[in-house]
Each structure stands twice: as structure tokens, then as C-alpha cells.
Design a protein around this ligand. Structure first.
Ligand SMILES: C[S@@+](CC[C@H](N)C(=O)[O-])C[C@H]1O[C@@H](n2cnc3c(N)ncnc32)[C@H](O)[C@@H]1O
Length: 242
């Protein structure tokens, strides 16, 4: 890893943290990887559920998260999430791994009224976004130098890139920012999607307070949810065998 590399994922953690409601009882981190963001969330919420379908990632998360984080080994599309159970659902570069039409309704049901869904997601390349690409290419180099100097001076870790090489990646995301915006608006009325500079888009949605009389909006029509089960290690929840 180059000394100048910096983590674009970590750079956007603060954007997501700013979306959290003032008092967060329970938060879900979707596609938590090895738990870096879940550990940050744990300082802002009473309890964090961190879900990932990769056993390697969940093993890593277990080593790095504090005691108020439950690590869940499972696919967020199948896992039985509690209805209205979360004050916030957040995700860092994981939602492009799953079809939005399947996943957004599932997450919407799991949010309490007034709760927030906020995700940073990888978009497919779109030539119409060339101004962002230009700024990103220049900005990435300038910030690489700045962060390198700050790290060298011992002024903190400054987004040092330390991504686990075992981290599952999708390098060819299915949707452009525009396509994601259209899909999100159709699935979750009021959802906003905007392009971020460093090769990501930001999706945010606030679940209406008055509850969805249009609850069917969030229905996927799939009825075969798995049942959560505690394994021997009480902090790891595992999916029952299919
Ligand atoms: C690019 S990694 C990002 C990990 C972490 N959020 C981070 O920023 O370091 C995407 C993660 O999403 C997980 N993932 C993908 N699809 C998933 C699904 N359907 N349910 C749960 N986790 C999923 C992958 O296993 C992977 O760890």
C-alpha cells in the first residue's frame, strides 16, 4: 500500500455520523466489513448491530468492535430485522452489492418512524459526471499529500488506507448515480441521492413520522425470512443453514 493512499470510505464516515438522530438507541450497519465504522457508531449509539455476509469480515469485526456492538453473520436481505427497530440504518460502500429494489424496502421496514437511512454507495461510471471525476482526480492527489504530511508529523491517522485485502469488492457497480436516484425515489418517496466527489454517491431517507399508511410501499412480496439464532458466542448471530 502506497504511503500516499487514503481511505475514501473512511473519509465519508463523518458525513454518515452527521445524519444520526440526536438520541440513538439502536443502529444497524449494513455490510460492516471488519467493523471500523461500527466501532465509531458505538460511540454515538447505545447499541449497534453490524451485519456482513462474509465470515472473514465478521471475524475481523469481532476483534475490533466494543461490547455494545453485535456482529451478525448473514445476508441483510434474508435476516429477520425487527420492524421499526432502528433509529438509524447506515452503510458504507455495501449497497451496490445488492439490488436496491429488494433491499431498500427491507431496510425501510426496519426503521422506526422518524428514523434515518443513510448510505455511501459506489456508482457505476457515468460520463455525464465528468466534472466530479475531474475534481476527484485533482483533489485526491492534493489530499493524499496533505494527509501524508499530517500523518508524518504524527497528527493522527488521517484516513490512512488500511483496507483488508480480503474485503469483498464489487468493482463494477450496477447503477449510475442517476439510476440509483430514480430507483430510490420510486421505492422510498422523499429519498435523496447525490453524487459525492470521491467516487461515491450518498443516499438519505427519513421515514415519515406518521407511519406509512402506504406500508405496502415497503413490501417486497417475499415471505421467507430466516429466523435469527444465537450461536455459542453470544455476540455473533448466525444465519441458520439453508
Ligand atoms: C466494500 S465492503 C465495505 C465494508 C465496510 N463497510 C467498510 O467500509 O470497510 C462491502 C461489504 O458488504 C458486504 N455485503 C455485501 N452484500 C451483503 C449482503 N447482502 N448482506 C450483508 N453484507 C453484505 C460484503 O461482505 C463486504 O464486507
Amino acid at each position: 500500500m502506497s504511503a500516499f493512499a487514503w481511505s475514501h470510505n473512511e473519509f465519508y464516515h463523518r458525513l454518515l455520523l452527521r445524519q444520526l438522530p440526536e438520541h440513538c438507541r439502536r443502529v444497524l450497519d449494513v455490510g460492516c466489513g471488519s467493523g471500523a465504522f461500527a466501532a465509531e457508531l458505538a460511540r454515538h449509539a447505545e447499541h449497534v448491530d453490524a451485519i456482513d455476509r462474509s465470515p472473514d469480515m465478521i471475524d475481523g469485526a469481532l476483534r475490533s468492535v466494543p461490547g455494545n456492538v453485535s456482529c451478525i453473520l448473514g445476508d441483510v436481505r434474508d435476516w429477520e430485522l425487527p420492524d421499526d427497530g432502528y433509529d438509524a440504518i447506515v452503510s458504507v460502500t455495501a449497497l451496490h452489492h445488492v439490488p436496491l429494489e429488494e433491499t431498500l424496502p427491507t431496510l425501510a421496514r426496519a426503521l422506526r418512524p422518524g428514523g434515518v437511512l443513510a448510505a455511501v454507495v459506489l456508482p457505476r461510471k457515468d460520463l455525464r459526471e465528468w466534472p466530479f471525476e475531474l475534481v476527484a482526480m485533482l483533489g485526491q492527489r492534493i489530499l493524499a499529500g496533505l494527509f501524508f504530511v499530517l500523518r508524518t508529523l504524527g497528527r493522527g491517522s488521517w484516513f490512512a488506507a488500511g483496507d483488508d485485502p480480503a474485503m469483498p469488492m464489487v468493482l463494477d457497480p450496477p447503477l449510475t448515480t442517476r439510476e440509483a436516484r430514480d430507483a430510490a425515489a420510486a421505492l422510498l418517496p422523499g429519498a435523496q441521492v447525490r453524487r459525492l466527489v470521491y467516487w461515491r454517491y450518498f443516499l438519505v431517507w427519513h421515514k415519515p413520522m406518521d407511519g406509512p399508511s402506504e406500508l405496502s410501499v415497503y413490501e417486497t412480496g417475499e415471505g421467507n425470512k430466516e429466523t435469527a439464532e444465537l450461536s455459542g458466542d453470544e455476540r455473533v448471530h448466525r444465519q441458520p443453514d439453508r
